[in-house]
Design a protein around this ligand. Structure first.
Ligand code: BES
Ligand code: MN
Ligand code: ZN
Length: 483
C-alpha cells in the first residue's frame, strides 16, 4: 500500500513527531523536558549532530536541524534522501504514522521533500512473497503540519508518487506475467482511472501499418507484439500540436540470436522501463488535469531467439519505407522505436521525446546517476528538460550529436544498419533513430538509472520509475509558463 501524505491541522504531543528546526529556540513549544532540550543542545553543539532521536514511552520525538546553504534543487534532494534514511528507524519501531512539524513556518518545502523521500523509499514489491508478510514496512501515513502548505500541493505530490510507484511495479513484473499483451492490458487498466484514451493495436494492425522493425524483433517470440496509443487531450489545451512520448517496451531482452552472455541478461525485464515511464507519466498528467495535449506511443514485444527469429544479415523495411540491415539482433530497441517515431510524424507534433533503455554504452558512460540525452531542433526544450531533470534529480547529460557520427550507421547494402562501431554506442543508437524523425525531438537513454541491483536511497531496489517525475515536472512547467 502506498504511503499517503496528508496535511495535519494540529498534532497531539503523544504522536510520533519529526520536528524541523533551525534554532534551539524553535524547540520550546513542544513536549520536551529541560533535560531533553539540554541533551539536544549537547548533541548539536558538542557532537555536531543535526539529527537527534528521543524515545518517549509511547512516541518518538525526532529533531532535525535544517540547513539551507545550497541551491534549492540540491536542498530538495538532500531532504528526499533524509526522508528515506529515517525510514529504517520508523519501520524498525513499527511506527505507522509520522507527523512532520515545520516549527518556524519557513520549511514547508523541505517538509514536503522529506515526505516525498519517505513515500518513495517506503515502496515494496511484495506480490510474489508468500513468507515474511509480517515484515512489511509499517509506515502508512506522513502528515505535515505547516501554515505554508496547502492540500492541493500535497495531493499533487501523492499523485506523482503513485504514478512513479506504478511504473516501478510494471518494471518489477517478470515477463512470465508481463508479456507485450499484458503490458498493454495493465496500461488499459491503469487508465480506467483517468479519461485518457487508450487504444491497443494488435499484430494484424501492426502488419497493416507495415511496422517492419517491431515485427522483425517479434519474429522469434511466441507472443504477439502490441502497439499502444494513449492520448490526453484536455479542453483548452495550451498547445495546438501534441507533445508525444515514445517508450521502449521490450518486455524482455534476451538479445535474440545474438544472445546475451553471463549476467547481462539477468535484469532484462527492465527493458520496458521507457514504456512504464510513458504510461505512468501520462497517468499523472491526466490526474493532475494539466492543460497540455499529450500522446504516448508504446511499441512492445519480447526479444528472443527461436526457429524463425530474425538474424544478423536480415534486411527489413520500416514503417517509413527505409531499409535496415540488421547486424545485431540485440540492437532491437532502436528498431521498435524507429517505427513508433515514424508513426508519430502524422500528428505533426510540437515535440517528441522518446525514452528507452537503449544502450549499455550510456550506462557505461555515466553510470546510474543520470539520463543520457540527444536532440535535434529542440534546443529550448532540451534546456527546459534539463531544468526539470534538476528539479526532480533525474539529471540530464546531453551528448554530442555532431553530423560526423552519421557515418556510423551507414550500410553498404541497405539505407542504414542497426549498429555503429566500437565507440560512441549511445550516440550511434541516437543517430539511427534520427533517420525516423522530422520534428523537434529529444532522445533519452535510461539504461543507467532504470534499475538498481541494491537499494539506492528513495529510488529503491530494482525498478526506479525514472522518467515519470521528470516528464510530469516538464509538462507542469509547460502549462505554468504558457498561462
Ligand atoms: N536493452 C539493452 C540495453 C541495456 C543494457 C539496458 C543494460 C539496460 C541495461 C539493449 O537492447 C542492448 O542490448 N543494446 C546493445 C546494443 C549493441 C548490440 C549495439 C548493447 O548496449 O550492448
Ligand atoms: Mn538488446
Ligand atoms: Zn533492449
Amino acid at each position: 500500500m502506498q504511503t499517503n501524505i496528508i496535511k495535519a491541522i494540529k498534532v497531539s504531543e503523544t504522536k510520533n513527531i519529526l520536528l524541523l528546526i533551525e534554532d534551539l529556540k524553535d524547540l520550546k513549544k513542544y513536549s520536551l523536558s529541560e533535560k531533553e532540550i539540554d541533551y539536544i543542545r549537547m548533541q548539536k553543539e558538542l557532537n555536531n549532530k543535526d539529527f537527534i532521536a528521543i524515545n518517549h514511552l509511547n512516541n518518538w520525538i525526532l529533531v532535525k536541524f535544517i540547513k539551507k546553504e545550497k541551491e534549492p534543487y540540491l536542498i530538495a534532494e538532500e531532504y528526499r534522501k533524509f526522508g528515506d534514511k529515517i525510514l529504517g528507524l520508523i519501520n524498525e519501531n513499527k511506527i505507522d504514522s509520522i507527523n512532520i512539524i515545520d516549527s518556524n513556518g519557513k520549511n514547508s518545502n523541505i517538509a514536503l521533500s522529506i515526505a516525498e523521500g519517505m513515500a518513495l523509499g517506503n515502496y515494496e514489491f511484495l506480490k510474489y512473497k508468500t513468507e515474511d508478510k509480517d515484515k512489511q514496512n509499517s509506515l502508512k501515513t506522513v502528515s505535515i503540519l505547516s501554515d505554508k502548505i496547502n492540500i492541493k500541493e500535497i495531493e499533487e505530490v501523492n499523485i506523482i508518487i503513485d504514478a512513479t510507484l506504478r511504473a516501478r511495479t510494471l518494471v518489477n513484473e517478470p515477463v512470465c506475467y508481463l508479456n507485450a499483451k499484458m503490458l498493454a492490458e495493465e496500461i488499459e487498466k491503469m487508465h480506467k482511472e483517468t479519461s485518457v484514451k487508450v487504444e491497443v493495436m494488435n499484430k494484424t494492425k501492426i502488419e497493416a501499418l507495415k511496422m517492419g522493425g517491431l515485427l522483425a524483433v517479434n519474429k522469434g517470440s511466441v507472443d504477439p507484439p502490441t502497439f499502444t496509443f494513449l492520448e490526453w487531450k484536455p479542453q483548452k489545451a495550451i498547445n495546438a500540436q501534441p507533445i508525444i512520448f515514445v517508450g521502449k517496451g521490450i518486455v524482455f531482452d534476451t538479445g535474440g540470436m545474438n544472445i546475451k552472455q553471463g549476467k547481462n541478461m539477468e535484469e532484462m525485464k527492465c527493458d520496458m522501463s521507457g514504456a512504464a515511464a510513458v504510461a505512468s507519466a501520462i497517468y499523472a498528467i491526466a490526474k493532475l488535469n494539466l492543460k497540455v495535449w499529450v500522446i504516448g506511443l508504446i511499441p512492445a514485444t519480447d526479444n528472443r531467439p527461436s526457429g524463425n527469429a530474425y538474424v544478423p544479415g536480415d534486411i527489413i523495411k520500416m514503417h517509413n519505407g527505409k531499409t535496415v540491415e540488421v547486424l545485431n539482433t540485440d540492437a532491437e530497441g532502436r528498431l521498435i522505436l524507429a517505427d513508433a517515431l515514424s508513426y508519430a510524424q502524422k500528428y505533426k507534433p510540437e515535440l517528441v521525446i522518446d525514452i528507452a533503455t537503449l544502450t549499455g554504452a550510456a550506462h557505461a558512460a555515466i553510470g546510474k546517476y543520470g539520463i543520457v540525452a540527444m536532440g535535434a531542433k529542440s534546443d529550448k526544450e532540451m534546456e527546459q528538460l534539463k531544468q526539470s531533470g534538476n528539479n526532480v534529480y533525474e539529471r540530464i547529460v546531453e551528448f554530442p550529436f555532431w553530423e560526423e557520427y552519421d557515418e556510423l550507421v551507414k550500410s553498404n547494402i541497405a539505407d542504414i544498419k542497426n549498429i555503429g562501431g566500437a565507440y560512441a554506442g549511445a550516440i550511434s543508437a541516437g543517430k539511427f533513430l534520427q533517420h525516423f524523425v522530422d520534428y523537434p525531438w529529444i532522445h533519452l537513454d535510461i539504461a543507467g538509472p532504470c534499475f538498481n541491483d541494491s537499494k539506492d536511497s528513495y529510488r529503491g531496489n530494482a525498478g526506479t520509475g525514472v522518467g515519470v517525475r521528470l516528464f510530469v515536472d516538464f509538462i507542469k512547467n509547460k502549462e505554468k509558463n504558457k498561462k
